[in-house]
Design a protein around this ligand. Structure first.
Ligand SMILES: *Cc1c(COP(=O)(O)O)cnc(C)c1O
Length: 398
């Protein structure tokens, strides 16, 4: 994945980040996708069909909910929650997979492949494939299959074929490698569904566009409810899709401050977090350039987060650019702080957040008390926490 040539710098860049650092066979496939997407993205029928499924299948628009009790308890800014946890399947991931599945359908492709780590993206992909009657193959590390047996069963219930990957460390990275090999061999009839705003061009752009429904709705909703824009928008950042979906529609509103929250894990030492903007350097990872957590040799390092969905050594190229250009700031929240926020939001608002989303809640809990009560924070509540209840139960008991 490291063949670089000068022409590749022309495509899909956000400042110095992004690009397409891939072998030539894959570049051909990606360029075809980029061209097709450019043609279809503003097509009236395509847009209308996606809107139909987002409304009637996902349940959009998701509410923008004033967390009045939490706001009052913290004493400071008004906190609003963008309720992506209420979407069908329980997170923002469905916005992206439905968009890409419709794209694949328009390309005439009937077979979809994806990789998955903890299984959340795999379940979302299997859902979209069930809906549109497409063949679905999910690559998942054998070790992850064992740890997430229930998600494997969910995907199978939805009609997907789950392929346990037995190479390497038998985890996410190996699943990505195997999925890419499948794509290179079968690109004529196969669509590769990427789950976050990462990877080589055009994926970061496609995923950002499909997730931007979050920010477009939130912008309209807050103008309706408060008659003005928020002072802060905040979201957790793994690959960065829920955050860029909220942020991008506010990009040209300079009064709106953006805060991305990375997983600080157990601390700043190598291997103890998954916070590349805070603790990494610009490097090439999985076919694109971004801030990356690297070891002494400059290679991507193993990472850690309490939240499986945030556990990735890189971050989307657009976030890398927002950081480098100063448009957004990126903080980090530790495992224990996220765990405390998980419990706090459950108790004060009756909303159990995903451990991922709890990172954004934790940051807001620190910020809100320092602000005036006329100020407004919007937190992207990217998903619900039912999936995490077992894990939290084990952690609180031990
Ligand atoms: C996957 C996931 C994330 C992390 O992915 P991003 O691309 O950074 O949004 C965050 N929250 C939830 C609930 C997820 O499932």
């Amino acid at each position: 994945m490291s063949a670089i040539n000068a022409q590749q710098f022309e495509r899909g860049y956000f400042g110095e980040f992004g690009g397409q650092f891939v072998p030539d066979e894959l570049k051909t496939v990606l360029d075809r996708l980029a061209d097709f997407y450019k043609e279809i993205k503003d097509d009236k029928d395509f847009v209308a069909e996606l809107q139909y499924y987002l409304r009637d299948y996902v349940g959009r628009p998701s509410p923008l909910y004033l967390a009045a009790t939490l706001s009052k308890k913290l004493g400071g800014a008004k906190i609003y929650l963008k309720r992506e946890d209420l979407n069908h399947t329980g997170s923002h991931k469905i916005n992206n997979v439905l968009g890409q599945a419709l794209l694949a359908k328009r390309m005439g492709v009937k077979r979809v492949i994806a990789e998955t780590g903890a299984g959340q993206h795999g379940v979302a992909t299997a859902t979209a494939c069930a809906l549109f009657d497409m063949d679905c193959v999910i690559y998942m590390g054998e070790e992850d299959c064992r740890r997430q047996a229930l998600n494997v069963f969910r995907m199978e219930l939805l009609g997907a074929k789950v392929v346990p990957v037995t190479r390497g460390t038998r985890t996410l990275k190996d699943a990505v490698d195997e999925a890419l090999e499948d794509l290179i061999q079968n690109y004529n009839n196969t669509y590769y569904m990427l789950g976050s705003a990462v990877g080589p061009h055009p994926f970061p752009t496609i995923v950002r566009d499909f997730q931007s429904v979050i920010g477009r709705e939130a912008r309209e909703q807050i103008l309706e409810m408060e008659g003005r824009l928020p002072d802060y928008v905040m979201a957790c950042v793994g690959g960065g899709s829920n955050a860029i979906g909220l942020f991008a529609p506010f990009y040209n509103d300079p009064s709106v401050k953006m805060i991305g929250v990375e997983p600080g894990g157990r601390g700043s030492s190598l291997g103890e977090n998954a916070a590349p903007i805070n603790y990494g350097v610009p490097a090439v990872l999985h076919g694109f350039r971004c801030y990356t957590v690297v070891d002494g040799q400059g290679d991507p390092s193993p990472t850690h987060s309490i939240a499986a969905g945030l556990d990735y050594p890189g971050v989307g190229p657009e976030h890398s650019f927002y950081h480098a250009s100063g448009r957004a700031s990126y903080t980090s929240v530790k495992d224990q702080e996220a765990l405390a926020a998980f419990q706090e939001l459950s108790k004060t608002e009756g909303i159990i957040p995903a451990l991922e989303s709890a990172h954004a809640v934790a940051e807001a809990m620190k910020l809100a008390p320092t602000l005036k009560d006329s100020e407004i924070i919007i937190i992207n509540l990217s998903g619900r926490g039912d999936k995490d209840a077992n894990q939290v139960f084990d952690m609180l008991k031990s």
